[in-house]
Each structure stands twice: as C-alpha cells, then as structure tokens.
Design a binder for this molecule. Structure first.
Ligand SMILES: Nc1ncnc2c1ncn2[C@@H]1O[C@H](COP(=O)(O)OP(=O)(O)OP(=O)(O)O)[C@@H](O)[C@H]1O
Ligand SMILES: [Mg+2]
Length: 247
C-alpha cells in the first residue's frame, strides 16, 4: 500500500496532540548509548514529576525494558479505543516487547513501516510534557519514518561518541536534519572525557549538551533503578534533562 494513503496517518497527529515535546534520541552509529539515555531521561523526567512517556521504536532489538528492569511480557496494556500505555516507574511506556517478549522480531522494510504506523496510531499518550523515543542506529526505517511522518513535531536529540570513526557519520546525520529544517534539541557526547564534539555542535550551530564520561560500572547497574539513580551517570542525565527543559 502507498503509505501516503494509509488512514493511520490521520490518526497519529491526534494521538500525539497532547504531547508537548517529542524527542527521538538518534545517532548515526550503533552502541553509542541511545537506549540508556532515552530511558534514563524519561526516568529523570518522571522523578521530577514531569509527565513523560517512553516509546521504544527499536523494533528488531527493543531494550528499554532491560534498563527499566522489567519483564515486558508480564505487562498487559489496557485496550480501550486504542491502547493505554502502562505506567512504569512514573513513565507512560510503550514497546513492541510487550507483545513479542524476548522472541526475535526480524522485521524489514514494509513490516517495520507497518509496526511504526500501528504503534503510533493505537497508543493513547494523553497529556505529556515529554515523549522520549528510543530509535535504532543510523538513518534506518524508524528514524526515516519519524522524519517523514512527524516532521514538524519531532525535536531530535543526537548522541555520538568522539571516535574518529563516528565524527564523519554524525556530521552526515546532522546535515540531513539541518537540510530538512528539523529542530535539533542538541548534541550529547557520550563515553567521552573531553569535549571533542563541541566543535561539531558549533559548526552546525546546535546546542552542545555536554560530555558524559565513560563509567565502567554502568553495565552492572542496568535494570537496578535504585543503583542507577544514585550513580554519577544519572547525575549527568539530570544535567542534560535540565538543559533540555530550561532552554
Ligand atoms: N557513558 C557510558 N559509560 C559506560 N558505558 C556506557 C555509557 N553509555 C552507554 N554505555 C554502554 O554502552 C552500551 C551501548 O549502550 P546502548 O545500548 O544504550 O547504545 P545504543 O546506542 O542504544 O545501541 P544500539 O545502536 O545498538 O541500539 C551499553 O552496554 C551501555 O551500558
Ligand atoms: Mg539501543
């Protein structure tokens, strides 16, 4: 089907009409910390009593539930004129993993597009201050769908590491977003003890939201919210959230 004629495209803006800010966390490379950042930004928002949502759009590898320390197949989303996202640790939460559990979901092309339209068309977010979205890496279907279907609604947050292998690729992503006139909320430099990407942010005239150092203990804390909350990493997440909130 030509997606342009899909009736779900009419429903999606209504479903998101009560959401003030839609923040997809994007990167040009994999493994840079999008999942950890998007999930913990949502958690930090909930801790601040903001109305926050978290949507996992990494359909082939949803993993936000692992950060939250929950078994997604144990959650039964309530169906009522759509799906009401369950509230997990104060976050309105949606992930395909609630339907697939930990079974593999080797989707491609049309199936990803279909799952994207379906999850956005059925989910009743209600009123939210911030909806954080975890995305798969690179200009993949999920990212391109967000750019195509929600161009005036999204405010992408870019995550990158300072590796020489990553710098050219983050510039490519930034160029696509800038040429498309998307409102980029800022650039986070992750796993970095210096500010190597500051010059990239300056070159493209976007906000540099700071470096997050490499914390070698962080993997041991994943899924343990109390330990995560008291980590230095979480302190950095709160700093970034405050920069996003108090523009
Ligand atoms: N600042 C950091 N210090 C140490 N480890 C980190 C840091 N940020 C992320 N990590 C670790 O790096 C790995 C990749 O993180 P994450 O899964 O969030 O990246 P991702 O961008 O979502 O990856 P993918 O592109 O595969 O979805 C994880 O093991 C995570 O715990
Ligand atoms: Mg991820």
């Amino acid at each position: 089907m030509n997606p342009g004629s899909d009736p779900r495209l009419l429903v999606i803006p209504q479903r998101l009409s009560g959401v003030k800010h839609i923040i997809p966390v994007m990167s040009s490379k994999g493994g840079v910390g999008k999942t950890l950042l998007s999930t913990l930004l949502a958690l930090a928002g909930a801790d601040k009593k903001l109305k926050v949502g978290l949507l996992d759009l990494d359909f082939t590898n949803p993993s936000t539930h692992i950060v939250l320390g929950i078994d997604p197949s144990s959650i039964q989303p309530v169906e009522e004129k759509g799906v009401i996202p369950p509230i997990i640790h104060g976050i309105k939460y949606m992930t395909l993993a609630m339907y697939t559990g930990e079974n593999p979901t080797p989707l491609r092309g049309n199936a990803i597009n279909d799952a994207f339209l379906e999850i956005l068309a059925i989910t009743r977010w209600g009123e939210l201050d911030y909806l954080f979205i975890d995305t798969p890496p690179g200009l993949s279907d999920a990212q391109l769908n967000l750019l195509t279907y929600l161009p005036s609604r999204i405010e992408p947050l870019i995550v990158a590491t300072p590796s020489p292998l990553a710098i050219i690729s983050v510039e490519k992503l930034l160029r696509v977003l800038i040429e498309g006139k998307y409102r980029i909320i800022g650039l986070v430099e992750n796993m970095s003890n210096n500010r190597k990407l500051l010059m990239i942010a300056q070159k493209y005239n976007i906000r540099y939201l700071g470096p997050i150092p490499y914390f070698k203990e962080i993997d041991n804390l994943i899924g343990n919210l109390e330990a995560l909350r008291s980590s230095q990493f979480y302190g950095k997440i709160i700093d970034i959230l405050e920069k996003i909130i108090y523009v």
